[in-house]
Design a protein. Sequence first.
Length: 407
Amino acid sequence: MLKEISLQNFKCFEKETLIPFSNFNLLTGINGRGKSTSLQALLLMRQSIEHNRAIDRLIFNGSCVDLGNFNDVRNSNISQRNAVEIKFCFDGVQLHYHLYENEADEMSMQIHKVIISEVSDDPRIYIETGLQAGEHVLQPHNNPLLWQDLIPRNIHTGTNSQSTSLTPLDNQINFARIHYVSADRIGPRDFYPKQSFADFPNVGRRGEYAPYLLYQMRDNRVHEDICHDKGATPTLLDQTQAWLSQIFDGARISLIPTEANLVLLTLRADELPTKGYKPANVGFGYSYALPIIVSGLIARPGEMLIVENPEAHLHPFAQSQIIQFLTRLSGTGVQVFVETHSDHILNAVRLSVLDKFLTSQMTNVLFFAGHETPSVTQIPVGNDGSIENWPNDFFDQLDKDFSRLFG
């Protein structure tokens, strides 16, 4: 599991800033203070691997994000001679990237070197490197590497001198399998495109492939811990129906493939045996929620799911229900990241702790603030869902408005 990201000279983060993570992560705070930036570091890794598995540079514009060129990505207060530094800290290992301008391609950053450090507290395990203990420097610009090669693969345990495959780390450091649903979702359409997926089925960052993926994988079994409680069969299509019905207090979908390489989607706002309607005639909320549900149901333990603004076009009740889905998903071993500006989303997370879908240790609420220098504050959530540390500007606008209205 990803434990922490450290960013320096990357977009708004000039000084080194540590951003801690847990099983379920809620990123909140003021606009332009680094919420999206912290997640873009992960998405850059995914789209760079998709571009070229011999990852010697990070691609700014790809399947997940479009960040422009090097001058758009590096912090504006630093010299181009300074490295952009990104660290990913997982259970037991840290990957430290030193990135410079790519003179041959301004739309990417050259990976100058990668430092792999062992961070386990277990003294029986150390990484064999031939450099100083616990550190391994790779220089992909001299020796192009597949992304898997950035993971240390040989360890010694105790006095046993035989090298063994470091399978747990292989499983947890998998940037190529990050599910992502952006805030800019595609919205209602009469037809949705089909898509071929070689290695990693996903709904697309705008959710454009969710209907076809749902049709294609409709009979696949989902993780038992995310199955809805109303007795639906554990298949992708039935579980999608069940969760949509809970989120929208009754809903049904139907999928019909066409000969034109498209899928026809119809929706009903209740469970009655009536005809289906075009998505545009039912509302934006259904189309915005569908890719989130499908992404969560197809995600596997060890993978990540990033969702931006799940509250978009949703009634407060539906916001609360979709968070129940996502918090339950995090209990299956999928690491979940949610960026939000909704106090309904925050309160739904607190209720998930109260209802034991999450523990307080699994819950990570982050508040991004600061003026000249961005700051990241962890907001502890008690076992009863309570929050005692309530900093200024942290979902307090309602209280401020009521204070003016009522004194």
